[in-house]
Design a protein around this ligand. Structure first.
Ligand code: ZN
Ligand code: FE
Length: 256
């Protein structure tokens, strides 16, 4: 049984603690900062055994060295970015299975946001840790990759079971949703989801995790087949990569 704890950090990051109850193995995904992680470990009397990094950005690896020094944990991260992950012990890449206690994470290479970005999929727990690749109703900015790469990466997630929970690394949902409505105003599922999201945020509650099914129904970056989105971004009848690229570019300049 994998228990998953969600910790808010920095401005709008989420850090995840994963505890495998049968072995006591405990991992932290993308520790932006050490404070909230150490407090939660102490409260639950868990001992940190692993850090799982999705990519090299500071708000994902910021506490790597401090946590490793304090706990002696093993740091797992993208092979393609081995030189940019502080303290990396175990480089992993596409198709690898990494055992965290009795739980097993399948690794996906998902370049686009950064060239070495990876994701961890715990199939038995139906949980996907996707860093800054897929967000609730959004996707990461293309800092080091092409639209074609990112579209291919997102396709790996889109093929997962609909019930898979999407544990992304930021609370960007409400602002993502405003853009989603801008490009697909006639999507009823999207309109309904935004009502829920606004309620949650007004109460100061997280909108993450969502599910793959939620994202397929409402996330414009997974919906280049939508005629409404195609029209909104000026790419009617064009291929998925072109529509995706224009949708991503539109978000970059959207002020809503
Ligand atoms: Zn990032
Ligand atoms: Fe980030």
């Amino acid at each position: 049984m994998l228990q998953i704890i969600q910790l808010p950090a920095l401005e709008d990051n989420y850090i995840y603690l994963l505890n495998d109850s049968s072995t006591g193995a405990t991992a932290v995904v993308d520790p932006a900062e050490a404070g909230p992680v150490l407090a939660e470990l102490q409260r639950r009397t868990w001992k940190l055994t692993h850090i799982l990094n999705t990519h090299h950005h500071g708000d994902h690896v910021g506490a790597n060295l401090e946590l490793k020094k304090l706990t002696g944990c093993t740091i797992v991260g993208p092979r393609a970015d081995a030189d940019r992950i502080p303290g990396l012990d175990v480089p992993v890449g596409d198709g690898d299975f990494y055992a965290m206690g009795s739980a097993s994470a399948r690794v996906f290479d998902v370049p686009g946001h950064t060239r070495g970005h990876i994701a961890y999929y715990f199939e038995a727990a139906q949980a996907l840790f996707c860093g800054d690749t897929l967000f609730a109703m959004g996707c990461g900015r293309l800092f080091e990759g092409t639209p074609a790469q990112m579209w291919h990466s997102l396709g790996k997630f889109a093929a997962l079971p609909g019930a898979t929970r999407v544990y992304c690394a930021h609370e960007y949902t409400e602002s993502n949703g405003r853009y989603a409505l801008h490009v697909e105003p006639d999507n009823v599922a999207l309109t309904e989801r935004m009502v829920q999201v606004r309620k949650l945020r007004a109460d100061g509650r997280p909108t993450v995790p969502s599910t793959i099914a939620d994202e397929l129904a409402t996330n414009p970056f997974l919906r280049p087949h939508s005629a409404t989105i195609q029209r909104s971004v000026g790419k009617s009848g064009e291929d998925a990569v072109s529509v995706f690229a224009a949708t991503r570019a539109g978000k970059d300049s959207f002020r809503g």
